[in-house]
Design a protein around this ligand. Structure first.
Ligand code: HEC
Ligand code: HEC
Length: 193
């Protein structure tokens, strides 16, 4: 009798498991599976091949998560990310943020002007370093050091036009810069390879 009860219990368990398997297979995509959609533009493991697609490996998980939610709501301007972000729920966005935060950032290999980079370092240390530590390497407020120049140009233009919201202190600092200053800053970030 005891054996029989165990048998039924196991059998019922087996049926329950088997019937839940197809459901698991369609709903529980792993972060790695989710991130496959991103590889075409952001490169394998988030290190983009350029030019206006940013590298997203190693970005702080909170920064990443906020960026995706702002793309989704339209608060942050975008060419493509707004439409894409709408396809994911909060749990999936968080899973991808954690996945990419754990990937190793590789600085973009791109040309830069060493003279301008030198001027850019002075400007960065004075105006930007307080929030973008380590020459802009810290991923907490986005990645500046080693990021693609074209992407940085677009990002800075969006802050200056007011379409993308940053801290007031940054908007003020950016507004003070001449076009040549911004060029120098971007060359400084690109020089960190
Ligand atoms: C078709 C190309 C393309 C695909 C696919 C794509 N992205 Fe993007 N991504 C961009 C571009 C371009 C930007 C800059 C914002 C914009 O214009 O949309 C960007 C920006 C971002 C940013 C902001 C980076 C920063 O430094 O602030 C994050 C985060 C991001 N993408 C995550 C993802 C994730 C996660 C996926 C996959 C689900 C993905 N992207 C798929 C092109 C793409
Ligand atoms: C008061 C702090 C602060 C200062 C000063 C500051 N920033 Fe920022 N910066 C931020 C924050 C916070 C973000 C993220 C904004 C967001 O969430 O979209 C950011 C984002 C950026 C981005 C976009 C990064 C990305 O991956 O999309 C660029 C480019 C940038 N800053 C450049 C600069 C430059 C250049 C200076 C100096 C002239 C500067 N910042 C000064 C706080 C600051």
């Amino acid at each position: 009798m005891k054996e029989k009860i165990w048998f039924y219990a196991l059998f019922a368990g087996g049926v329950a498991l088997a019937s839940s398997l197809p459901v698991l297979a369609t709903t529980a995509a792993t972060p790695a599976m989710l991130s496959n959609t991103c590889n075409g533009c952001h490169g394998t493991d988030g290190n983009s091949a350029g030019l206006s697609n940013p590298t997203i490996a190693g970005l702080d998980s909170n920064y990443f998560d906020t960026a995706m939610k702002q793309f989704k709501s339209g608060e942050r301007p975008s060419s493509i990310m707004g439409r894409l972000a709408k396809g994911y729920n909060d749990g999936e966005l968080k899973a991808m943020a954690d996945f990419f935060a754990a990937r190793k950032f590789a600085a973009a290999r791109q040309p830069f002007d060493a003279g301008k980079a030198g001027q850019g370092k002075v400007l960065h240390d004075k105006n930007c370093r307080m929030c973008h530590a380590d020459g802009g390497k810290s991923g907490a407020n986005g990645a500046l050091a080693g990021q693609w120049k074209d992407y940085l140009h677009v990002a800075i233009a969006e802050f200056l036009s007011g379409n993308r919201k940053g801290p007031e202190m940054m908007t003020k600092a950016l507004t003070k810069m001449t076009e040549a200053d911004i060029e120098a800053l971007i060359n400084y970030y690109a020089s960190q390879q």
